[in-house]
Design a protein around this ligand. Structure first.
Ligand code: LLP
Length: 439
């Protein structure tokens, strides 16, 4: 369920006409729907209600401070993977005791920052990292809570190779068979090694994959507890799907939540805290990228629309071959939610390549996509762009990153200003002066 709806001849984000947003804030622009974000949190809370999880939103999927603040107000904790994300979460008002810190490469400074703020838990990815956290905690005179991220060698066939993380050939986690000794009581003087973490990939469309992962760590938990250890937290990671083609994700989420909760029921009944780390299932369908056609040109085989947004703005199609539904904002004949009308409208279509301005062949949003005839100046909506859109955007080709806008009901406001070229040059100006002085 989201709030991107065609009516009165144009796409509306909640109560606001998408054309008005481009007029006010420029193009390209990322637009998020506050009601959709709230709705997705509620859907997850409902789907996983039997195990009452701490929902740690995966900050990397869409890390704008205003998005984080909204989610904190809905009761979310945060899953961070760097000192920078930790500072974002804290700036947005997240309580430290709701923050988990994952990632394979935590520096001593990042560990120190997290310990000083008293976060809920580290998800540690290697024996060396556990030792480093132990030593930093010792220096600070603190105790750290640790979940070991286990690599159970479980993968979902439908998860893209580049984002599958639960298999034995990836860099993630501690191999299941090597974990038990690290839980031995008293092994680390400044740590409570009291949690188990898995994150099997992103997205994972099949609940059976989670069930297999949980079965693997369940056996480990019973071994740990059989040897006198105590596990109080079970974190099953993120990867719950979003909808890139239709509105089916909420149904899938409800069903996944039901099956996964049933598998977690015994652990929950023993008083263990369940944690989930959803990213895209909250943010992907809550965001849209609006971009404008700069030029229409005729290629050898089909028309090509050149947009003012490219792989620098939304990397997913170029990096993963990801398919995003796109459709013009203006459409007189179209009424209803985007996933029912976009690409299914009766309008005459032609096959168009949709590309960006970047000097790379891979800077292509869609190839031979059936779209209504386009003209320069038309605004195109690229749907399901809320997750891993702006957070992966770059300044490649010295193109400033776009503005981000939040819509709540009838109101739209800027939550990140468009960058200026001067911002991009600023950090390099001192070097220029140094060279002039030296010369
Ligand atoms: N927890 C951990 C430890 C993760 O590494 C991730 C994502 C998540 C949670 C959240 O996964 P989600 O619920 O958002 O699927 N850039 C790629 C996705 C990379 C995911 C990285 N880790 C994409 O655009 O598809």
């Amino acid at each position: 369920m989201d709030h991107f709806i065609y009516r009165s001849g144009a796409l509306h984000i909640e109560g606001v006409n998408a054309h008005r947003i481009v007029e006010r804030f420029g193009s390209p622009v990322y637009v998020y729907s506050a009601q959709t974000l709230r709705h997705h949190v509620a859907a997850l809370q409902h789907a996983f209600a039997p195990v009452a999880p701490l929902i740690c939103y995966s900050v990397k999927s869409c890390s704008n401070l205003s998005v984080l603040q909204l989610l904190v107000r809905q009761g979310c904790g945060m899953d961070v993977v760097s000192g920078g994300e930790l500072q974002r979460a804290l700036a947005a008002g997240a309580r430290p005791e709701t923050i988990v810190f994952a990632g394979v490469g935590k520096s001593a400074d990042e560990i120190r920052l997290a310990l000083e703020h008293g976060i809920f838990m580290f998800n540690a990815e290697s024996e060396a990292e556990v030792e480093r956290i132990n030593s930093v905690a010792g220096q600070l005179g603190r105790r750290a809570r640790i979940a070991l991220r286990i690599n159970p060698d479980v993968a979902d066939a439908a998860t893209p190779d580049k984002t599958a993380t639960g298999g034995r050939h990836t860099k993630f986690g501690i191999p299941l068979t090597r974990a038990l000794p690290l839980y031995r009581p008293g092994r680390y003087s400044h740590l409570d090694v009291c949690g188990v973490h898995i994150h099997l990939g992103s997205p994972i469309p099949d609940a059976a994959t989670y069930v297999a992962g949980i079965a693997a760590i369940e056996r480990l938990i019973y071994q740990v507890e059989g040897e006198g250890g105590r596990i109080d937290t079970v974190n099953i990671g993120g990867g719950f799907p979003a909808s890139y083609v239709s509105g089916e994700n909420q149904l899938t989420l409800a069903e996944m939540g039901r099956v996964i909760s049933a598998k977690l029921a015994a652990l929950h009944a023993q008083g263990k805290r369940i944690v989930i780390e959803p990213g895209r299932s909250i943010s992907a369908n809550a965001g849209v990228l609006l971009a404008t056609v700069e030029y229409m040109k005729q290629g050898w085989d089909c028309g090509i629309a050149i947009l003012d947004a490219g792989m620098n703005t939304l990397l997913r199609p170029a990096m993963y071959g990801a398919r995003h539904v796109m459709w013009p904002v203006a459409d007189a004949g179209t009424h209803g939610p985007w996933h029912l009308v976009a690409e299914r409208a009766g309008a005459p279509v032609e096959a168009i390549d949709v590309a960006g301005p970047i000097c790379e062949t891979g800077d292509l949003f869609a190839q031979a996509r059936p779209l209504p005839p386009l003209a320069a100046g038309d605004v195109l909506a690229i749907f399901s762009s809320g997750a891993y859109g702006m957070s992966m955007a770059s300044q490649y080709n010295t193109r400033p990153r776009p503005a981000e806008v939040m819509v709540d009901g009838e109101v739209a406001w800027e939550i990140r200003a468009k960058e200026a070229v001067a911002d991009l040059l600023a950090l390099e100006m001192a070097g220029l002066r140094h060279a002039q002085d030296a010369g």
